[in-house]
Design a protein around this ligand. Structure first.
Ligand code: FES
Ligand code: FES
Length: 192
């Protein structure tokens, strides 16, 4: 079994994994990151989207063994350390951009990456940027509205002057990296 050392939501995990185990199953079954759902398991729906080194990736298309040395962020890792929702989470909530919520963690993480690359997207650019994430419920109008709302908030935050040492990172980094006993892993990730 391959040895890996992967950082997930700011916590380093030194682990042994099955060579064939998908990242999404490692996150859910080994680390308890059940806020990362499995939709299609065939790289079509985007429900399992996480950030890998800050870029969105479908965790059902990556082997856990491929993540050694990388940093993974799930929906459970984008809140502030005080539990404050990420602006994208808040925007999805306030814009009613979800119904069943199954697609929402992936939508939110794909949006974080989209807005990192393009802080001022048009509606069409949002639709194209999120085309790998499917929602069976909302019709997408409120999702586009939420992304525009989050974009405006992030642009405003970026424009605010910051004091020395203050950061305006869109994905908060959790400080302590440690070797992890799976029994102490977080119980669940939560979507907005
Ligand atoms: S579960 Fe990964 S893309 Fe559908
Ligand atoms: S809110 Fe139900 S699949 Fe998107």
């Amino acid at each position: 079994m391959p040895d890996i050392s992967v950082t997930v939501d700011g916590v380093r995990h030194d682990d042994h994994v099955e060579a064939r185990q998908l990242l999404v199953h490692y996150l859910r079954q080994r680390l308890g990151k059940v806020g990362t759902p499995v939709g299609c398991d065939t790289t079509n729906c985007g429900a399992c989207t996480v950030l890998m080194d800050g870029m969105s990736a479908k965790s059902c298309s990556i082997l856990a063994a491929q993540t050694s040395g990388h940093e993974i962020t799930t929906i459970a890792g984008i809140e502030g350390q005080d539990g404050t929702w990420h602006p994208v989470q808040r925007a999805f909530h306030e814009s009613h951009a979800l119904q069943c919520g199954y697609c929402t963690p992936g939508m939110i993480l794909a949006t974080v990456d989209l807005l990192r690359e393009n802080p001022s997207p048009t509606d069409q650019e949002i639709r194209e940027g999120l085309e790998g994430n499917l929602c069976r419920c909302t019709g997408y109008a409120n999702i586009v509205r939420a992304v525009q709302s989050a974009a405006a908030e992030l642009r405003a935050a970026a424009a605010e002057p910051t004091g020395p040492g203050e950061a305006t990172a869109t994905v908060p980094q959790q400080a302590d990296a440690r070797s992890t006993d799976p029994a102490q892993a977080p119980a669940a990730g939560g979507a907005a």
